[in-house]
Design a protein around this ligand. Structure first.
Ligand code: ZN
Length: 447
């Protein structure tokens, strides 16, 4: 599987997601990791892949995921956010080792690639953050990750918390080691967990260093009403206003959730060019609320999509996130014209690319863009009769319809192939989960 092998994805219906949102019949030709030609009469390629009865779409971009939480799937259901965090997430995260983080991240990547996601922004890991990068490298996925930063103990286990200065040192050395590796496929980001787990000093340093090094900052804000109250109690400010007072609001900021934000905060997010990451399924499962996505987008805030973590979703299926987003905002406003399918597909592709600084390079099928592509097989009852591709993608298709996923011009998932590799991965992940639960001191969680 050499990097220079060229591919022609033939006879498909191409949902380009270009500026005109063209939908074309024909081929997508790929060489050297980039898209070289689109349409009919493209030059021959080394390998032809027949995409008859299929949609060829830009790979999905999930801007908020937790690679290190896949092993917690089904271990933290039906709890309030505080119990979810204190009684499940923190003890489980504290029990992580390098191996458990690695296999958790590999499992997440496998799930996302098999569901057509090609690029992610990860929240990283407090323990063994390098294992998330190793998993991204080995899975072939495009992504940004970093060390999850927490320097206020609050009620978190000591092993997840560090001193601001040493956390920054570790972040910078990880950035040096992993940022820009795999031909630019992997990038570093700063990942402070959320306001309540970070000191002013830590957040100020992050804001400063992100500007200096031109890297992204990824954090959570205003997911839960109690969280917003606690931030107000500590700082006297609303959450987003507080982050602004530290210099964090900028186009380099990826801000997950933003459910409980005031009108003043929405206009602040818009003015500063902050990218909001919407995770509708996780917001429903944790009963956090419904983010004012429609209002934020109308104010010019860029909103993209993510599946968050396996313990609060419980899948990484971008089709499910698109459908959920399209549905909940309609009922929130009692208006079925809100968030039409095309806008939701844009959130899953183009807006994600813009958030990650990849506008024009990802999230659309145009010559010169990365060859990050997903093929969706439409030969299924729920996708018949073949009619409007964007409607089919947002309202009817699912992860199981993905037949092929390419990242950087390489095949990273092919439905029906590599059964043994998958079995091995599932076995390793299951074994790591068992050990992790034993280490966490929560034996009642084991199977
Ligand atoms: Zn999250």
């Amino acid at each position: 599987m050499g990097t220079m092998e060229s591919f022609e994805l033939k006879n498909g219906v191409i949902v380009t997601q270009n500026d005109r949102r063209d939908i074309l019949r024909g081929s997508v030709r790929v060489e050297g990791g980039r898209i070289t030609h689109i349409g009919r009469g493209v030059p021959p390629a080394d390998v032809e892949i027949d995409c008859t009865d299929s949609l060829v779409i830009p790979g999905f971009i999930q801007t908020h995921v937790h690679l290190n939480q896949a092993l917690f799937r089904s271990l933290a259901d039906d709890l309030s956010l505080i119990d979810w965090l204190m009684r499940r997430l923190y003890p489980l995260e504290a029990a992580h080792t390098r191996d458990s983080v690695y296999w958790s991240a590999r499992l997440s990547c496998e799930e996302m690639l098999s569901g057509g996601t090609t690029c992610i922004a990860d929240m990283g890991s407090a323990i063994a953050p390098e294992a998330c990068f190793a998993a991204l490298r080995d899975s072939g996925m495009r992504g940004c990750s970093g060390k999850m930063l927490m320097d206020l103990a609050d009620e978190a286990p000591a092993s997840l918390v560090g001193e601001a200065e040493s956390l920054i040192r570790t972040s910078l050395s990880l950035m040096k080691e992993w940022g820009g590796t795999c031909g630019g496929r992997l990038r570093y980001l700063f990942a402070p967990r959320f306001a309540l787990s970070c000191s002013d000093e830590l957040l100020r340093s992050v804001a400063c260093l992100a500007k200096e090094h031109g890297v992204l900052v990824h954090t959570h804000a205003s997911e839960n009403r109690d969280e917003v109250q606690a931030v107000k109690g500590r700082t006297g400010m609303d959450n987003v206003e507080y982050l602004d007072s530290l210099g964090l609001l900028s186009p380099q900021l990826l801000l997950a959730h933003c459910i409980w934000v005031s009108d003043r905060e929405i206009s602040l997010l818009s003015r500063r060019g902050v990218n909001v990451l919407h995770c509708p399924t996780a917001n429903l499962k944790l009963a956090s609320g419904v983010a004012p996505v429609h209002r934020m987008m109308a104010s010019g805030v860029g909103v993209s999509l993510g599946s968050d973590g396996a313990p609060c979703n419980n899948t990484h299926d971008m089709f499910q996130e698109m459908r959920c987003a399209a549905l909940i905002h309609k009922v929130r406003d009692y208006d079925p014209t809100v968030l039409p399918a095309q806008q939701v597909l844009d959130m899953a592709t183009r807006h994600g690319a813009a958030a990650l600084g990849l506008a024009g390079l990802a999230g659309q099928i145009v010559p010169g863009a990365y060859a990050d592509l997903t093929v969706v097989d439409t030969q299924a009852a729920h996708l018949c009769p073949f009619s409007h591709p964007v409607s089919m993608l947002v309202y009817a298709a699912g992860a199981a319809d993905v037949s092929l996923t390419l990242v950087d011009g390489r095949i990273r998932y092919e439905r029906g192939s590599d059964g043994d590799g998958k079995k091995e991965l599932f076995m390793r992940a299951s074994r790591e989960q068992e050990r992790l639960v034993a280490r966490s001191g929560m034996p009642y969680l084991s199977r």
